[in-house]
Design a protein around this ligand. Structure first.
Ligand code: DC
Length: 226
């Protein structure tokens, strides 16, 4: 059997990582793993239980009760409930950075993420994939874009999904999440020293996907299937 290949795509919120990572995975026939969805599902479970997401002790108290599954078709389940849409709602988005800053929750989810990448080739996106989850990933990309570009993308995405928000609120939320994600003590958002930075502010999705596929081919010899 060929060695499983891992591609790490990190970067700040709404930099377009998941759209790009899904397309890259599809082009290569790899499995796409959305680690942000796992932190979101955990946040959903905390809110559903009526616990305070800003209280580390309360949030961590349910670690052993939370079962998260990433299923084909990008379906996310939390304790057997389909939470695919609910985890994109504003209440989850505005609280997920607190949950993602708690070490014990990160350790539990990172364990699952490493297991998922053990036997199959993956494209995994997140904040700490290249620095902490898969430090030996075959290719590491650090995808960035200006906060205005990211806010515009997220705002339009919310509108298309029927999620009510204002542009100003999206912008403020992104700035807050960037700050919390990059200032937490454990596995903060940071470019790995061997990651390739890619500023996508002025690139289309197709251009970003193409650029990443070229880098992957150059570094690993793996070519596009389609
Ligand atoms: O990519 P996203 O917006 O769905 O991520 C949701 C939150 O989870 C984000 O605020 C940062 C956090 N996260 C993280 O800390 N580490 C990861 N590997 C993925 C996401």
């Amino acid at each position: 059997m060929n060695k499983a290949i891992s591609i790490a795509i990190d970067g700040p919120a709404a930099a377009g990582k998941s759209t790009v990572a899904k397309l890259v995975a599809k082009s290569l026939g790899f499995v796409y793993i959305d680690t942000g969805a796992m932190y979101r599902a955990f946040t959903y479970a905390v809110l559903k239980k009526g616990l305070n997401p800003e209280d580390e002790k309360q949030a961590c108290s349910i670690i052993d009760e939370v079962k998260i599954e990433l299923l084909p078709g990008y379906i996310v389940k939390c304790n057997d409930e389909d939470v695919t849409k609910a985890i994109r709602e504003v209440d989850v988005s505005s609280n997920v950075s607190y949950i993602a800053s708690y070490k014990d929750i990160r350790l539990a989810l990172v364990k699952m993420q490493r297991k998922m990448a053990e036997k199959v080739s993956v494209v995994m996106d997140g904040r700490d994939i290249g620095t902490y989850v898969l430090p030996h990933a075959d290719v590491k990309i650090f995808q960035i874009a200006s906060v205005e570009t990211r806010a515009k993308r997220r705002y339009e995405e919310n509108l298309s999904k029927g999620i009510p928000t204002s542009f100003e609120d999206v912008c403020a939320d992104l700035r807050k999440r960037d700050y919390i994600d990059s200032h937490r003590d454990f596995a903060p958002l940071k470019q790995a020293s061997d990651a390739i930075p890619l500023d996508t502010s002025n690139m289309s999705i197709e251009e970003v996907v193409d650029a990443i596929l070229d880098i992957i081919e150059e570094k690993t010899g793996v070519k596009r299937l389609c």
